[in-house]
Design a protein around this ligand. Structure first.
Ligand code: G16
Length: 537
């Protein structure tokens, strides 16, 4: 029997870069998660008898919200819900399941790389039938619905056992609990040469950061590829990620970094984030920036069976360095520059215009699913190492020798008061027209704009996607506010300088004049009161 629960709208349910992310305490308010899930269901057509995938990264509140969402899906008319055992599905595995099971879409419960626990973050994202994050027209419809909602619906049913594989009935709907790893592992075996990776006898350290990738990495790296037991560290998903910040960068994965910089480091080091879509790549003595990783993977992808036929195109988000564009030029294939947010890659992948995509925010992926995919990047790197017999350092240096090097860093100013961050961006936008021609030290501004993107497949336009200041000679700085935080604002400043010859310089030194120009242009210290970024990646 369907129950109707009267409710009133919340004013803060606008999805950000990747779904609705809030503090757990916000989600625990009566009706909060229910309103959002109902708004998703109200905003989408075709639910009758359709299949819905539900899974999350195992963080605090995951199981509770899954139980609620199952009862609500039954009331919304879905015929089948597929849930990962224990409520676990990595974001790329959820994308894969949506695709291979012909689902209408999926609810992905995650706040990605943000911390978990009762005082930390939770999130809900809706993915569409192609397996990718809902595009803006869908998230706008969901948001509009959250502002007018008056009722949410569920069926009367007990909680189900999320740990028992198999099918149970909830109302008229079937709930199928599946092994979260199996289908994903099969897909990886199709794309990569597992025999060659095994035969190369590489050594490796993988930090799953007590997050969702643990079971996937253990099955694929240790069980199927034969890496030594213990290769996967922090491999059990915990609701609070062991109190850590599951963000695979040099700050939060510093133990891995130290392992990889030591004299007895293994050949290859990698980490993944809360929901398994981001990656960190470190070779022995060599950290690879996400932007470089995208370029190097694209340049060598043909060495893996899944990409032996070549790439159709390469797409990157605007703040990502232009290193991948140079690879596309050499391969004679198109390069696309999209706004930040994986959802912008979906149409290019669906249209067969791009094969590989990546972002500076530690995401890389391909047309095998419609999300970025941390373990995919790790396996492609391993396949390349096995096929070439080179080290990560050799691959990187050879790459730069061929293409030149895009020195790159991102400076994050976290927890800035929203008003101050907005004031900085407003002032910056106000200066755009007069910036060209201005000099900052040795740098002269050639062009400045607020990035807008017209999707080549459907003509939709997304504006205000970040301020770009381009200097004569190819250096640039980009400013934007994060769309994934849950408290205050995070200012991201992306610094980039290309050098065709000098490939062995220190990144900080190479970017020092651009960092100084960035402050002079945007008044970072004046607006934020900070004289240093909180995180440099
Ligand atoms: C999400 C999106 C990514 C985006 C990233 C950064 O990642 O899926 O496409 O690059 O946010 O967002 P921001 O700079 O706005 O914080 P994730 O891993 O958090 O889902």
């Amino acid at each position: 029997m369907i129950r109707e629960h009267p409710t009133t709208p919340f004013t803060d349910q606008k999805p950000g870069t990747s779904g609705l992310r809030k503090k757990v305490r916000v989600f625990q308010q009566p009706n909060y998660a229910e309103n959002f899930v109902q708004s998703v269901f109200d905003a989408i057509d075709g639910k009758d008898g359709a299949t819905l995938v539900i899974g999350g990264d195992g963080r605090f509140l995951n199981r509770e919200v899954i139980q609620v969402a199952i009862r609500m899906a039954a009331a919304a008319g879905f015929g089948r819900v597929i849930v990962g055992q224990g409520g676990i599905l990595s974001t790329p595995a959820a994308s894969n399941l949506i695709r291979i099971r012909g689902a209408l879409g999926g609810l992905v419960l995650s706040a990605s790389h943000n911390p978990g626990g009762p005082d930390e973050d939770f999130g809900i994202k809706y993915n569409i039938a192609n397996g990718g994050p809902a595009p803006e027209k869908v998230t706008e419809a969901i948001h509009a619905r959250t502002t007018t909602i008056t009722v949410w619906r569920d069926v009367e049913a007990d909680d189900i056992d999320l740990d028992r594989l198999g099918e149970v009935q909830v109302g008229d709907m079937v709930v199928e609990i599946v092994d979260p790893v199996a289908d994903y592992a099969v897909l990886m075996e199709k794309l990569f040469d597992f025999d060659a990776i095994r035969a190369a006898k590489l050594t490796m350290a993988f930090d799953a950061m007590s997050a969702v990738t643990g079971p996937y990495a253990t099955e694929i790296l240790e069980n199927r590829l034969g890496f030594a037991r213990g290769t996967v560290r922090n491999g059990t998903p915990l609701p609070d990620f062991g109190g850590h910040h599951p963000d695979p960068n040099l700050v939060h994965a510093h133990e891995l970094y130290e392992t990889m910089m030591a004299p007895d480091a293994p050949d290859f080091g990698a980490a993944s984030d809360g929901d398994g879509d981001r990656n960190l790549i470190i070779g022995r003595g060599r950290f690879v920036t996400p932007s470089d990783s995208l370029a190097m993977l694209a340049a060598n992808a043909h060495l893996a069976p899944g990409y032996a036929q070549g790439l159709k195109g390469i797409a990157r988000s605007m703040p990502t360095s232009a290193a991948a564009d140079r690879v596309a030029a050499k391969l004679g294939i198109p390069a696309y520059e999209t706004p930040t947010g994986w959802k912008f890659f979906g149409n290019l992948l669906d249209a067969g215009m791009a094969t590989i995509c990546g972002e500076e925010s530690a995401g890389t992926g391909s047309d095998h699913v419609r999300e970025k995919d941390g373990l995919w990047a790790v396996l492609l790197w391993l396949n390349i190492l096995a096929a070439t017999g080179k080290s990560v350092d050799q691959i990187a240096r050879d790459h730069w020798a061929t293409y030149g090097r895009n020195y790159y860093a991102r400076h994050d100013y976290e927890g800035v008061e929203s008003d101050r961050a907005d004031a900085l961006m407003a002032e910056l936008r106000g200066r755009l027209a007069t910036l060209p021609g201005e000099r900052f030290g040795d740098l002269t501004v050639e062009a400045a704009d607020d990035f807008a993107y017209e999707d080549p497949t459907d003509g939709s336009v997304s504006r205000n996607q970040g301020v770009r200041v381009l200097f004569a000679g190819g250096s640039r700085v980009v400013f934007r506010l994060s769309g994934t935080g849950t408290s205050g604002a995070t200012l991201r400043v992306y610094l980039e300088r290309f050098d065709a010859e000098r490939i062995d310089e220190d990144t900080t030194e190479m970017l020092a004049d651009i960092a100084a120009a960035a402050d002079a242009i945007a008044g970072i210290v004046r607006h934020t009161g900070r004289d240093q970024p909180d995180v440099v990646t």
